[in-house]
Design a binder for this molecule. Structure first.
Ligand code: ADP
Length: 461
């Protein structure tokens, strides 16, 4: 918010300076034209030429900015990866150190070459501009001396013009500078407007979200990640009622995660509509709508703070008591010692911090979602890093943990989701089957095929 205010303040300053410059320009121009009209024309012509060199250098830099950013990103990514202790084994195992070094050198070299080209443009511009500045001042003074000697102007006009020429040209440069700054502000404001309109940050609607959740309905929803990309989801329609436990299954890349991101308002459908209690979700304040969901994503991001802070989002130790309860419900069994929920995750801020295993992190993330206790839970492969026993225990207790709650359980292991009230099977972006496990097995369609294939691969049949 501070950035927006600072940006608007800078824009207002540029507008005010521009108006002052334009006013002074008109005043100087009128006064000079009374004495001689060639001098202002000459100054304007040379100042425009002078400025065009600066603009050329700036637009060259602007054109190559995305490339510079890309190279910067590459350098930062390699630096970050090379510093992460967790990456060390991958780097060693796959002999990637030389590759990392080569990538870093290539990006560094490319950046240096590009940077030197930009600098050269500015340097050439600066030399030409010095010459033009000299020609402008010397030309004006020589011409004024000629006018004085030829008795075409008096001494008073001569002194007046000598004083005003520099001011006039500085002021004209000011007009161009502030115009350029204002144009840049407009580009930034357009970008800001685009960001504010994006589904992640926008406050689309005004309507408060109803207190009681009844249903969510997809009606002909399609989605693609970019205008030039293929549709990832096509014409999806279904309804989830309050209290239902839904299994969302399909092969890798079928579109399951994308569907849940649309469901919880983090993406906006390219086509079709989503209704919450029968109301188009675009009508709701997006922030309020998003807060209806608790997600356990595949890539878990736990902050290197205490367990209590991670689960409750508060540094008030009093609130951490309930964290212990949800940890137990989520099946987290590790003994945290006397520090309990005050123990830190990782060692970034606390050398006594604990490095948890992938499965334990998943249980912490489930506990965090349970603590939030929202209308709808979305669990995207929540057991993928758990050992078979922990996974079996989680699935066995799933019904109990999420009883009286609405949940969507994504898993590619169909044995896990068979306990759900209803299963949605996504294939190549389409909802191809929907029903209870028993009904889908009886239908002997794709679900049946996938289920049997998995049973076979696990040696269960
Ligand atoms: P699933 O969860 O079923 O594995 P996803 O919803 O993650 O499938 O992905 C569906 C398709 O969308 C895949 O082809 C994937 O490559 C593509 N995809 C996912 N995220 C993005 C993204 N941010 N940009 C472009 N394509 C994406």
């Amino acid at each position: 918010m501070d950035d927006i205010e600072n940006g608007l303040q800078a824009t207002m300053e540029h507008i005010s300076k521009l108006l002052t410059n334009v006013g002074l320009f008109v005043l100087f121009l009128t006064s000079m034209t009374f004495v001689d009209r060639w001098i202002p024309l000459y100054v304007i012509a040379l100042t425009v030429m002078d400025f065009s060199f600066l603009v050329a250098a700036q637009s060259f830099e602007g054109k190559h900015l995305p490339e510079l950013k890309r190279l910067d990103n590459q350098l930062k990514t390699v630096e970050l990866r090379a510093r992460q202790a967790g990456q060390a084994k991958d780097i060693r195992m796959f002999h990637a150190a030389a590759f990392f070094g080569e990538m870093y050198k290539r990006a560094g070299d490319e950046k240096s070459v590009l940077f030197a080209k930009i600098q050269r443009k500015y340097r050439t511009g600066s030399i030409v501009r010095s010459v033009l500045g000299f020609l402008r001042d010397a030309g004006c003074y020589a011409y004024l001396i000629y006018l004085l000697y030829a008795s075409k102007i008096g001494l008073g006009d001569f002194v007046f013009m000598i004083g005003i020429v520099i001011n006039f040209s500085d002021n004209l440069a000011g007009v161009f500078m502030n115009l350029a700054a204002f144009t840049k502000d407009m580009i930034s404001l357009r970008e800001l407007k685009r960001l504010l309109k994006s589904p992640e940050s926008g406050e689309d609607g005004e309507m408060p979200v109803p207190d009681t959740f009844e249903s969510i309905r997809f009606e002909g929803v399609s989605y693609r990640y970019g205008n030039d990309q293929e549709y990832v989801l096509k014409d999806i329609s279904f309804c989830i009622n309050a209290g239902e436990q839904i299994g969302l299954v399909g092969l890798n890349g079928a579109g399951k995660t994308t569907l849940t991101l649309l469901l919880c308002g983090l993406l906006k459908p390219t086509g079709g509509k989503i209704f919450y209690n029968g109301i188009d979700i675009e009508q709701f304040s997006r922030k309020e709508y998003i807060s209806l969901f608790s997600n356990v994503f595949q890539d878990i991001n736990l902050l290197h703070f205490t367990i209590g802070e991670n689960i409750t989002g508060s540094s008030d130790g009093e609130t951490w008591k309930r964290a212990e309860t949800v940890l137990k419900t989520a099946g987290f069994e590790r003994n945290l010692g006397e520090r309990g929920t005050a123990a830190s995750i990782g060692k970034t801020f606390d050398e006594r911090g604990i490095d948890f295993s992938g499965g334990e992190k998943q249980k912490l993330a489930i506990a965090r979602a349970l603590y939030k206790n929202t209308a709808i839970f979305i669990l995207d492969e929540p057991t993928s890093a758990m050992d078979p026993l922990a996974e079996e225990r989680f699935v066995r207790n799933y019904k109990e943990i999420f009883s009286n709650r609405t949940s969507i359980f994504i898993s590619h292991r169909l044995l896990n989701t068979k306990i759900c009230d209803r299963i949605l099977l996504i294939d190549h972006g389409r909802l191809v089957e929907c029903g209870t496990h028993e009904a889908l097995m009886k239908a002997k369609g794709l679900y049946y095929e996938l289920f049997c294939a998995q049973q076979k691969s696990y040696g269960l049949i």
